[in-house]
Design a protein around this ligand. Structure first.
Ligand SMILES: *[C@@H]1O[C@H](CO)[C@@H](O)[C@H](O)[C@H]1NC(C)=O
Length: 144
């Protein structure tokens, strides 16, 4: 067999076996987050919130909701990863904002709130957030 061909087969073997290892060794981890959103001290209802697992290339959506009448929301999700998951909460709002698109606030969920297994043991409560405030992690988002 020509050596380039056997090298190719070897590389293909390495790639496929590492994919298998990732799937088999990944730990199923779960996370839950809740809170209350306010706009100028009033409940901010119908605000889009998303729970993402942060990835190097493309974040993976774990859950998506809208806040209720009273501004509250609750979301949860799970994902298998070899390393500890990096979940984050994104809030998309137009509180005190007239521009095109929406304002996006990103909040990382602390590692302490990640559970090994399918069902989150704890809920990360972000408390009350007034969307009228200025946040350092805030950006404008047109694709969400
Ligand atoms: C968030 O979850 C905690 C713990 O389950 C609960 O005590 C709290 O009332 C919840 N808050 C909201 C706004 O849902």
């Amino acid at each position: 067999m020509p050596s380039t061909q056997s090298a190719l087969i070897f590389v293909a073997f390495l790639v496929s076996s590492s994919i298998c290892i990732t799937i088999e060794l990944g730990n199923l981890q779960s996370v839950a987050v809740n809170g209350t959103l306010l706009c100028n001290d009033k409940p901010a209802n119908n605000i889009k919130v998303k729970l993402y697992e942060e990835e190097a290339i493309l974040d993976v959506l774990l859950d998506e909701r809208f806040t209720s009448e009273d501004g509250t929301f609750e979301m949860s999700g799970s994902k298998s990863e070899v390393t500890t998951i990096d979940p984050k909460l994104n809030i998309y709002h137009k509180c005190n904002y007239d521009g095109i698109c929406v304002r996006k606030i990103s909040i990382m969920i602390p590692t302490d709130y990640i559970t090994n297994g399918e069902k989150p043991a704890r809920t990360y409560n972000i408390g009350q957030i007034n969307l009228a405030s200025k946040f350092s992690g805030q950006s404008t988002d047109c694709f969400n």
